[in-house]
Write a protein that binds this ligand. Structure first.
Ligand SMILES: NC(=O)c1ccc[n+]([C@@H]2O[C@H](COP(=O)([O-])OP(=O)(O)OC[C@H]3O[C@@H](n4cnc5c(N)ncnc54)[C@H](OP(=O)(O)O)[C@@H]3O)[C@@H](O)[C@H]2O)c1
Length: 300
């Protein structure tokens, strides 16, 4: 946005925090949580849109906002949050009549601001507000606390989004110039792929002769303990278990035990190689033996 227009918009809504009306298009997992959390910290969420009328009604009741159509939100609100799936951001943004000075943000980590080219061409401020958190449906405002939120936007929108993140109890992370696909892949590795790790662990648990349906309850506290270690310490110190101890024989036994499941074996080895990339304080001979065991070509 041109400097003079940006300054005029900043003057209207305040330069550091956003004082206008907010509309949310997409009453799903994130849209619902964000609308409720923004209302809880004093923002004016006036309208929400969900394709399913029931969801929008529910969210409207919970946030105090009125259910509306996407066009009504765009016509009435100063800041529009597109909390729709990544694949339809551009389609939804491209179908609406934006106006100069209005702001629109999407919530995708992987999609850049090019998906908002239509609102940008019509003079709207465009940005991104991407919480590095997993939302699953009925999350309360506390779900944002302590979280990092990737933000991007032209001035003054970027400053508003940073303030909005702080108001939610989160920490803003400027995303300008960041490789978005790699940034998002990092988030997926620790969020979604932990679910894949749990699924692999449950299969291994069952292969040990234990009931699969008990795996999640038995293993989840272990996962939470590891996550707390990671939160509190550098990775080298957070790691426990046979690799951290340089316990070659235990790792050898694991590999032998997984021989009948080549995909689990390959996963265990790939993760082992990643662990050996850490600066672990283990005996060099043990490190060399573990490197050999984790190499793909070695048959256990
Ligand atoms: N969930 C998370 O943990 C999370 C975290 C960070 C960022 N995000 C980002 O937030 C955005 C939304 O993700 P989500 O997980 O909240 O998705 P979601 O739960 O599937 O919700 C998407 C919402 O968009 C609506 N929608 C879908 N297609 C639409 C269309 N063509 N026109 C209008 N509305 C449409 C859906 O309506 P229906 O229910 O009727 O289909 C639903 O209300 C994505 O960009 C995602 O990357 C999500």
């Amino acid at each position: 946005m041109a400097g003079a227009e940006g300054e005029a918009v900043a003057e209207r809504f305040g330069s550091a925090s956003f004082a206008g009306t907010i509309g949310v298009i997409g009453a799903g997992r994130l849209g619902g949580a964000l609308a409720r959390a923004l209302v809880a910290c004093g923002y004016r969420v006036d309208k929400v849109v969900g394709r399913s009328g029931d969801l929008a009604q529910l969210l409207a009741r919970a946030s105090g906002a009125a259910p509306a159509s996407a066009s009504e939100v765009v016509a009435a609100c100063d800041l529009v949050v597109l909390a729709v799936p990544d694949g339809v951001i551009e389609v939804v943004a491209g179908a609406e009549h934006w106006r100069p000075g209005q702001a629109v943000v999407h919530c995708s980590g992987a999609v850049g601001l090019e998906a908002l080219r239509v609102p940008r061409a019509r003079g709207a401020l465009v940005g991104c507000f991407h919480p590095l958190q997993s939302f699953s449906g009925d999350d309360g405002p506390e779900r944002f606390r302590g979280v990092t939120v990737g933000v991007e936007g032209s001035a003054p929108l970027a400053a508003w989004l940073e303030t909005m993140a702080r108001d939610l109890g989160a920490t803003p992370l400027p995303l300008e110039g960041v490789d978005r696909a790699r940034y998002h892949a990092a988030a997926v590795l620790v969020s979604n792929d932990v679910v894949a790790l749990m699924a692999a662990a449950a299969r291994t648990w069952e292969a040990a002769g234990l009931p699969r349906e008990e795996a999640r309850a038995a293993l989840a506290p272990l996962l939470l303990g590891a996550a707390r270690n990671i939160e509190a310490r550098p990775l080298e110190q957070a790691l426990t278990g046979p690799v951290a101890r340089g316990d070659v024989e235990t790792v050898r036994r694991h590999l032998e035990a997984l021989r009948a499941w080549p995909d689990l074996l390959a996963l265990y080895r790939a993760l082992g190689r990643e662990l050996l990339g850490l600066a672990l304080a283990i005996d060099p001979a043990a490190r060399a033996a573990l490197e050999a065991l984790f190499a793909d070509e070695v048959v256990p």
